[in-house]
Write a protein that binds this ligand. Structure first.
Ligand code: CUO
Length: 677
């Protein structure tokens, strides 16, 4: 039987559609390589004075005020230098958070100085000037966002966030052990355990909330789509509000599948007036010293004085948003009513709830999400009485460590759901792809396991130029899965180009009851979305898990990047540069939820639709947009398809039989967790 199947498959290879082609990567020239080298040097040991003499000299000899003509807009440069000269900026060594108004404002001045620099030399000189003068948190963030958005730095690879700022990714115990090793100048590998004990059920999923790849993804998402991004920057962020909804919706759904895999119920939304049942003890320390604040069990939200946020404000904002949803219109600042009663409504709501600067009425609808982060971050020292540092919720690098992150975002997600539930359900005609049907879907065995991963702690520890670097690493456990391939067997009455959407959802809830599709749709995680060509007749479409457009592979370490640039500059190797390169992207290791040792049933869903009708950009059908579209959109193009994100599960399903069309396929699959792997 197997042999027959193999022969059949071999027979099909002429039609086989395999994977996506990475387009747009070209060999880098010297000019690019030098830029890449300078950026890596600027981000080296950012907590200490710059060690690269040429950059130091350039920074010392550069006077931004004498070069105002070299910036497209110079107001920010002026402000930044004025504040610096007055000693009014956040000092180096202090904690920076985007959620503190002044920190944010200063960071934006620096970002604008870097972003508006007319040419590379002005950009580099400004960066070298800022490197030793501006707070390192503000510097890293502003430089990273500028590199991601400047035309002349497209394709430059940034080092992994967990290597620039290890303190935000590993716990205090590890840092302590690492220091001990450093004092002895001995190489060491320090084992990191996840926060908490077995007596805290939430600890069972700490490996997910504390996953360094997931936290890197989340922090990069917020660099690609900053809430403070202004239209005047001239870089359009297509469907940014909708992406805010969708990426976080997917994160929660993903977390829920992880919870079910560990016999925990799905996340419940927060309630402003009820206690937060589960406390959180981060066991993480800031580099300058000071523990991230902990929250005991059953804590209530507290009013804050600075910024002035009252719990009753949050309730009022929520009510106004729900009223807008119920009426299908939001009130704009100029007093008009703006409809949200169509597919673009979710984008308007996302901008309103985050809020971004595109919020239609910031004063009226407030800042529900950002204030939620701040209220949770400062909950244990609401009056600033103890001068506690910002909480984990006040950094995108650390926010998901706290289970309350998912509860806040589920609360927000429920508002988005309320809006979507007001829109009409998809009709059978809308869902159909006439002439195309899926006959079957075959998937490899799905197996997950834990593996060790080492994080370089070089940047976590103070040292001196005289002492050579020693290898000190943190060893973490992280979830991974065996690579797998699915084959989707299609039947078509014509040649066509189709978009394939693949989702995975839970089969049973926490009580062991089978979940109906109308409810299951809310927990569907997107495994992949890609475009494929099909021929008239039968076409098997084969796709590997490693090709998923949701995920990105492991980041290259700083050491590898530095060595590769060096080799390329010496013409020993070629450095390929992809101008669409994404740093944002869910780690490919986490594509599958853990499942259970005995095997856990899930529902696999596949749907094909017409690419010709849905395509947006004029690029080849297999263009990969730098690798991570679904959660991260694109940086240089419009979002590639016209369907609402999450389609077809973003709307109510009235009648399952009517909903399930021949161009869809539903199948049970089993995920087995293998500890011994
Ligand atoms: Cu990503 Cu709340 O937006 O953390």
């Amino acid at each position: 039987m197997r042999a027959v199947l193999l022969l059949l498959l071999v027979g099909f290879t002429a039609h086989l559609v395999v994977g996506r082609v990475t387009r747009g990567a070209v060999p880098a020239d010297k000019e690019f390589l030098l830029k890449q080298k300078e950026i890596l040097q600027l981000l080296n040991k950012v907590h200490e004075p710059n060690r690269f003499k040429e950059q130091v000299n350039l920074g010392n000899s550069y006077d931004p005020l004498a070069n105002l003509g070299n910036y497209k807009k110079a107001a920010a440069v002026h402000q930044l230098v004025k504040l610096y000269n007055n000693g009014a900026l956040l000092p180096r060594g202090e904690i920076f958070t985007l959620f503190r108004e002044r920190d944010l404002e200063e960071m934006i001045y620096l970002f604008e100085a870097l972003f508006y620099a007319n040419d590379w030399n002005t950009f580099l000189s400004t960066a070298c000037w800022a490197r030793d003068r501006i707070n390192e948190g503000q510097f890293v963030y502003a430089l990273s966002v500028a590199v991601l958005h400047r035309e002349d730095t497209k394709g430059v690879v940034l080092p992994p966030a967990y290597e620039i700022y290890p303190h935000l990714f590993v716990n205090s115990e590890v840092i302590h052990q690492a220091y001990k090793a450093k004092m002895r100048q001995e190489a060491a590998v320090v084992r990191m355990n996840f926060t908490g004990t077995i007596r805290n059920p939430e600890q069972r999923v700490a490996y997910f909330g504390e996953d360094i790849g997931m936290n890197s993804h989340h922090s990069h998402w917020h660099m690609d789509f900053p809430f403070w991004w202004k239209p005047e920057y001239g870089v359009e962020k297509d469907r940014k509000g909708e992406l805010f909804y969708y990426m976080h919706h997917q994160l929660i759904a993903r977390f829920d599948l992880e919870r079910l895999s560990n016999n925990l119920p799905v996340v419940r939304p927060l309630d402003w007036e009820k206690p937060i049942v589960n406390g959180f003890y981060p066991q993480t320390t800031y580099r300058k010293g000071g523990e991230f604040p902990a929250r005991p069990d059953n804590f209530y939200f507290q009013d804050l004085e600075t910024p002035y946020i009252k719990v009753k404000h949050m309730i009022a904002y929520s009510q106004r948003i729900r009223e807008a949803i119920a009426r299908g219109v939001v009130l704009t600042k100029s007093g008009e009513l703006y409809s949200i009663n169509d597919t673009t409504g979710i984008n308007t709501l996302g901008e309103l709830i985050e809020p971004s600067v595109f919020s239609r009425h910031r004063e009226y609808y407030g800042a529900l999400h950002n204030y939620g982060h701040i209220l949770l971050g400062r909950i244990t020292d609401p009056k600033g009485k103890f001068n506690m540092p910002p909480g984990v919720m006040e950094h995108f690098e650390t926010a998901t460590r706290d289970p309350a992150f998912f509860r806040l975002h589920k609360y927000i997600d429920n508002l988005f759901k309320e809006h979507k539930d007001h829109l009409p359900h998809y009709t059978r005609d809308e869902l159909l792809l006439p002439g195309v049907s899926i006959n079957s879907v075959e998937v490899d065995e799905l197996v997950t396991y834990f593996e060790d991963f080492d994080i370089d702690l070089l940047n976590a520890l103070d040292d001196t130029v005289e002492l050579p670097d020693v290898e000190i690493k943190a060893r973490v456990r992280r979830l991974n899965h065996r690579p797998f391939t699915y084959t989707i067997n299609l039947n078509s009455d014509k040649d066509a180009t189709v978009i394939v959407r693949v989702f995975l959802g839970p089969k049973y809830d926490w009580f062991g009851q089978e979940i109906p599709l109308e409810k299951k749709r809310l927990y569907m995680i997107e495994l992949d979305k890609f475009v494929a060509k099909v021929s008239a007749g039968q076409t098997p479409i084969q796709r590997k898990s490693s090709e998923s457009s949701v995920t990105i592979p492991d980041r290259e370490t700083t050491k590898v990047l530095v060595q590769r640039v060096k080799d390329a500059l010496e013409d020993k190797t070629t450095w390929n540069v992809n101008k669409d390169l994404r740093h944002c992207g869910f780690p490919d290791r986490l594509l599958l939820p853990k499942g259970k040792k005995e095997g856990m049933p899930f529902t696999l869903f596949v749907m094909v639709t017409d690419w010709e009708k849905e395509k947006v950009n004029d690029v080849p059908y297999d263009y990969d947009y730098g690798g991570s579209i679904s959660y991260c959109g694109t940086l240089n193009h419009k979002y590639p398809d016209t369907q609402p994100m999450g389609y077809p599960f973003d709307r109510r399903i009235e009648n399952v039989e009517e909903f399930l069309t021949p161009n869809m396929y539903v199948k049970d699959v089993v995920i087995t967790h293998n500890d011994a792997e």
